[in-house]
Design a binder for this molecule. Structure first.
Ligand code: AMP
Ligand code: MG
Length: 401
């Protein structure tokens, strides 16, 4: 059988990686960017022992009995560090986040106290757990975020906590997207006989954005070599990689394959997967190029299975903390899922969590031209070559994000 395995497609393409560059951005601009370097904490978090409650800083030994009466010696507020000292029989008023006074080792919450002149009567437990200890979350110098991490809101908050106002992130590579086919017309235009709306470039652009790159949609190129050459040349001058869709099969009018054979450099053609069999990878004027199939499901699936791992590998995304398009899971098949001879079979499946066990079912027609099958389902089967799944059988799958 012709073609390479999915694993080989990834390793061959990774020999021609995207170039990785980095830039500095402020925290305000860091959401959804990818960290370029490991970062280390500049502070202890918490910076000092402090109270997690509004109440009284006390000595635990003084509060063994309900109704203990302690002398109020002062107040510890946030931001206003006064080094009060709590001695036996004393209590210091304390706010959430304020430093613990010397000598105190526990907190009584304000709700468990009554003030009586210069005294406070303690009617509830004193708790050591309400003291947040210096460095218990992160200690100074600790590696806190890994290179290749997708910066989420909590990671941005953590960056500020540990002293960073800006971060070194990976530059978004520009990925050109070219759609090829005589039948294609921009959505929203009046359809003439034989025309269909061009959809792949929009779906691919969304995928490109989702994985930390910048899509550059170059529109539709009809089935002529001249137009295709022009568009590829423009892309190679202005972008870091090229994705085409359509025109990579065996047909006379599959011009992406033809132009790449005649004027480009092909590293592989065809992958042993269904859908998504016909893609190619190579270089056009030194720029990496994936020729994706025209069928909308195929282009999505090949992007997920091969283009994403190539980007992730090129740019050093962290496997767990980096961007992801899917999670690998085991599911129990509810129906018979048909595999494919000699190819990994990625059927669209609906994954449902039923009392903690993941089940997978097939709901609609599976044609690779049916993008709606990617909408009504939320996953892909990962059936090995020549393997069907029987009802009740456990199989590997991808749960799409
Ligand atoms: P091709 O890979 O060019 O043989 O195209 C395979 C199928 O995908 C054909 O039915 C095309 O009409 C369809 N197709 C190709 N490109 C696109 C696109 N950009 N958007 C939607 N459908 C497409
Ligand atoms: Mg075509």
């Amino acid at each position: 059988m012709e073609g390479v395995t999915i694993e080989d497609a990834i390793s061959i393409s990774c020999e021609t990686p995207l170039i990785r560059k980095s830039e500095i951005v402020s925290l305000d601009d860091a959401i959804d960017r990818i960290l370029a370097i490991d970062i280390y904490s500049k502070v202890n978090d918490p910076r000092f022992d402090n109270s997690s409650m509004d109440g009284w800083a006390v000595r635990l030994e003084d509060c063994q009995n309900v109704g203990s009466k302690l002398i109020i010696i002062g107040t510890n507020q946030t931001g206003n560090y006064k080094s009060n000292t709590v001695k036996s029989g004393e209590a210091c008023r304390i706010m959430t986040g304020a430093p613990m006074p010397y000598g105190a080792d526990a907190i009584v919450i304000v709700e468990d106290s009554v003030i009586d002149g210069n005294f406070v009567i303690i009617n509830g437990p004193a708790r050591r757990e309400y003291v947040r200890k210096c460095g218990e979350n992160i200690s100074i110098g600790q590696k806190s975020l890994l290179a290749g991490t997708l910066l989420t809101s909590s990671k941005i908050s953590l960056s500020a906590t540990i002293g960073y106002s800006e971060l070194e992130v990976i530059c978004k590579p520009k990925i050109a997207i070219i759609s090829n086919g005589d039948e294609l017309i921009e959505p929203g235009q009046k359809l003439l006989d034989g025309q269909i709306y061009e959809s792949n470039s929009f779906g691919l652009a969304a995928l490109v954005k989702k994985i930390g790159c910048e899509p550059v949609r170059l529109g539709i190129v009809h089935d002529n070599m001249e137009g295709l050459r022009k568009s590829l040349n423009f892309a190679s001058k202005n972008c870091d990689a090229i994705l085409t869709s359509g025109g990579v099969s065996m047909g006379e009018w599959d011009l992406v394959r033809k132009i790449m054979q005649e004027e480009g450099e092909i590293k592989f053609w065809k992958i042993k997967m269904r859908p998504g069999g016909p893609p190619l990878f190579g270089k056009w004027k030194k720029i990496p190029l994936f020729g994706l199939p025209g069928n909308p499901v195929s282009s999505h699936v090949v992007f997920t299975m091969v283009v994403f791992p190539w980007v992730s590998n090129s740019l050093g995304y962290d496997e767990n903390q980096g961007p992801r398009l899917a999670d690998r899971v085991s599911v129990i098949s509810k129906s018979h899922i048909k595999g494919a001879p000699g190819k990994v079979c990625l059927r669209r499946i609906q994954i449902n969590n039923e009392k903690g066990v993941l089940h997978a079912d097939i709901k609609t027609h599976q044609g690779s031209g049916n993008i709606n099958s990617m909408v009504v389902h939320n996953g892909l089967s990962l059936l090995p070559p020549d393997k069907d799944a029987k009802p009740g059988e456990e199989i590997e799958a991808l749960w799409l994000r």
